[in-house]
Design a protein around this ligand. Sequence first.
Ligand SMILES: [Zn+2]
Ligand SMILES: [Zn+2]
Ligand SMILES: [Zn+2]
Ligand SMILES: [Zn+2]
Ligand SMILES: [Zn+2]
Length: 372
Amino acid sequence: MNFKSKLKNILSAALAVSTLLSGFTPITTYAAQVNEYVDPADIWVSANGRTNELDFNATITQETSWCTVCNKDTIMLTYRTPEYTKSGTTALNRGVKFSDGTMVDGKTKGNLDSGRPNQDASYSTYHWTKSICQTCGTINSVDGKDAYGFSRNVYGLNSCDHNFFLDFDNTTYTPYNENYHTTVLKAGRYCQFCKGTKARASEKRESHNFTETVDGQIGNNRFFISEKCDDCGYSTSEYVTAKSVVSSYYGNADNKSHTVTVSDLSDSGVHTSIRYGTSAGKCNLTSAPNYTDAGYYPVYYEISYKYQGETMTENGVSYVWLLEDKKDDNNGGTVIVLPEKHEHDYRYLETVAPSCDNLGYERWQCDGCGNL
Ligand SMILES: [Zn+2]
Ligand SMILES: [Zn+2]
Ligand SMILES: [Zn+2]
Ligand SMILES: [Zn+2]
Ligand SMILES: [Zn+2]
């Protein structure tokens, strides 16, 4: 319901402004904003007092008409609001002409049969009209001094001329839940003056029309997946973890071969592949190199994570550290000297430049143990 609710906000903001300033001066500003068609019944504002309510829901235009007070053509602010009655037929059929219930004779009172549109009343194909001369300020001066409405803050009923009805065809979408939205197809005709609408609406529940985007965020070891319905705007998002840890090996040179170990902590759906190399930037081995002789061997790796067509790459280095197998004659035991516990000494590794789907970040690695 994007369009409608936005319009409602504009309207209520404008109404708030116009209620603060007494009278009816600034009304042209919001009349100008309501340039797109909206059925007034769908955005009806209740107000205290019949005339106020008609004012709030009016379509307001500036028109040139003959003012009987100024005795010339003047600009008139003209207010038109659809008539909604419980019976669906105009009160004018029963002789009621004015919004205060006054009959065509200008003396007796009748029943307006008014109600709230979309609740207990429907559009009668008549509209309520009032005008204000912008030169002398007289209300309904067009009708002449003898008319009941002259210089009185009331609306009079007029037929919505069928020559000025416009066709329309509107579809609105409102989110219903995570799976569905409500589609309202509304088609019909409306009076171009008061926007009173004769329409048929059909409503159905349809699945969201999701467009999915997947962004790799390697600095956070995750993919960010967002889905947005192109119709109603409903959106969801989630993170999918993409993380593999390549652990270093520390131990004695024991005539057996040793290498780094990999644990994949990625969520399901993430496809991970790793290439290894003995120097940075040259990762072309499909399995990690093995070492037997004592030494300190860096194992460079390049991990590629793939999720629904989006791929991101992580580079790093771990170590195989094999120590001389020292036999101690005193106790005949094997002493394994593991690297002592240490404060990680992080060294700058690389900067990943920002791209369209990544903010960019720096990578640091501990010089002692290879911890990233
Ligand atoms: Zn005038
Ligand atoms: Zn009308
Ligand atoms: Zn939707
Ligand atoms: Zn590669
Ligand atoms: Zn460390």
